[in-house]
Design a protein around this ligand. Sequence first.
Ligand code: COA
Length: 259
Amino acid sequence: MDTDWETVSLDVDDDVATLTVDRPDSLNALNTETMDALEAALDAAEEADVRVLVLTGAGDKAFVAGADIGYMQSLSTEEAEAYAEQGHTICRRLERFPGVTIAAVNGYAFGGGCELALACDLRVASERAVLGQTEIDLGIIPGWGGTQRLPALVGDEVARRLIFFGERIDAGDAYEHGLVGEVVAHDQLNDHVAEMATELAAKPKFAIRAAKEALNTAHEAPRDVGLDFERRAWSGLFGTPDQREGMEAFVEKRDPEFE
Ligand code: COA
């Protein structure tokens, strides 16, 4: 199934959906039309009940070069608030998407683009990728979750440096900092992410979902709440067909086949 909006496309292939921000003339910067389309595409991906969602950018240069600076230039506080709220909603939806989300960072990922990647479960960068929370040089700060999600990945000191200096770092440095999990050759990015997606889509669906929720809780709630969530989620998986199959397959010394 393919669904296209003017600046976003969604390609659903069985259990894997690829959401592409498609505004290459502006390096996939997120104007409001693109933000609306992203929300619609997330609706469609959720409805398709996919197990993995890949997020990437169209063209050869950019993942997403950020929020649209031309649009932001003359925003009032109230308008900025609404724009931030929409950015937060999209990032939250990626974070809570009921399947694994992978950012295939194929080029520039600045500001809101970096924040979209941060909201995904996993980040794979092309060796051409350049990332950064560059807002400081526009007189603002990260506004779509960057101040909260970046330190969780790279640690507080590195996050402060990246945000205060507005530094643009290459894929190698992003990997060193833990901002991306992997760097691959540019022309291998799509194939590599597709392989990861296929492998993840074959994992037990409810166990993946429970693991994701428990891991999210580790960043969002006090330790006791997270531990309690994990215990209940763990127990809740017993009796599911995938739990039976996974353990039976181990005992019978064969590969499991999940639903
Ligand atoms: N918002 C709006 N438009 C953007 C944009 C953004 N965040 N990033 C790039 N564009 C537009 C440029 O204005 C330009 O449009 P034009 O051709 O109509 O002039 C087009 O995309 C190409 O960008 P350009 O700067 O000419 O390409 P480049 O290869 O020389 O540089 C970047 C690419 C990404 C390094 C540079 O565009 C840049 O620094 N962008 C801003 C990144 C940023 O700070 N993002 C955070 C926003 S919160």
